[in-house]
Design a protein around this ligand. Sequence first.
Ligand code: A3P
Length: 315
Amino acid sequence: KCLLGYTRKFVKCGEKEYVMPGAFRKHAEFIYNMEVRPDDVWVITFPRSGTTWTQELVWLVENNLDFNTAKEKPLYERFPMLETTSQIPEIAYELIKANFMNLGSFQGLTAAVRNPSWEIIAEMPSPRFIKTHLPLSMLPPKLLSTARVVYVARDPRDVMVSYYYLHKMISKSLMRGTFRNFWEAFKRDLLPWTPIVAHTNEAWKQRHHPNMHFLFYEDLIKDLPKEIRRVCKFLHREYSDEQIQQLASHLSFDSLRKNKNVNNTTGQTTEGVQFVRKGEAGGWRSHFDKDMTRDADEFLISRLKGLDLVYPSFA
Ligand code: A3P
């Protein structure tokens, strides 16, 4: 049985309320009760935290650095996203409009996916690679005791900036909301998958679990080969220094940006925004003025109060 309760617009998850599309209600139970397999590898993140980067890393480490297949097959086929439905953008749009302000059209994504991917994933042969933005509490309770999980966290200020550009990218008509509007919606937990700190804290609390590998985007930026080695250790895979360097170079920002199997913009790029966009830690500074910086500090301090979660960039 699914233990989740619902309100009208939000899917409620334990004590927390995560913003999920109304259409998701119908499927939450299926996902919560889905079979987890011991050879599954899951990558879990809040959107725009370095998911794609980590998926490509994990997939290659688990597949003997098979660069050829990685070049032939799009990442979304090798490593599908669990909770994709054609409903998400529409409902998210309605949610924002009803609650706060008009941030523009989300129609760009609606046509992208017709079949719910959790049904496809349930039938996929092993070993499966599964991406999700759902927090741990909305996933099968046996996930961590059964499969291996990599969680990637990122400074919420950079996530927010990146999320803003993603919305610009996927909306056919440009968002009417300003950057500041978007920040307001983000900090008031009105955007899909928020609240971000609660999402990350759920995984942080499990960071010492033997099947959990918790990593920060900022650490990937700082020393990619080192983080690749840590992922290899977690997955019990061994590669030579030369192979690690080869993988690091495949995963570099410039290389992934050119890689159409990873930097998939499905023809909906607006204003030249790409899925693999800037690739910086701390880029938020050039977007936030003094007031917003103070506001973001207050937001983070209040959300982190009472938690032992420490973002390396907000220590
Ligand atoms: P920016 O928009 O800040 O550039 P996700 O895959 O979770 O949606 O995350 C997307 C973010 O990861 C984007 O951030 C993207 O540019 C960044 N990213 C993807 N590949 C990267 C790489 N090789 N190096 C650095 N950042 C990368």
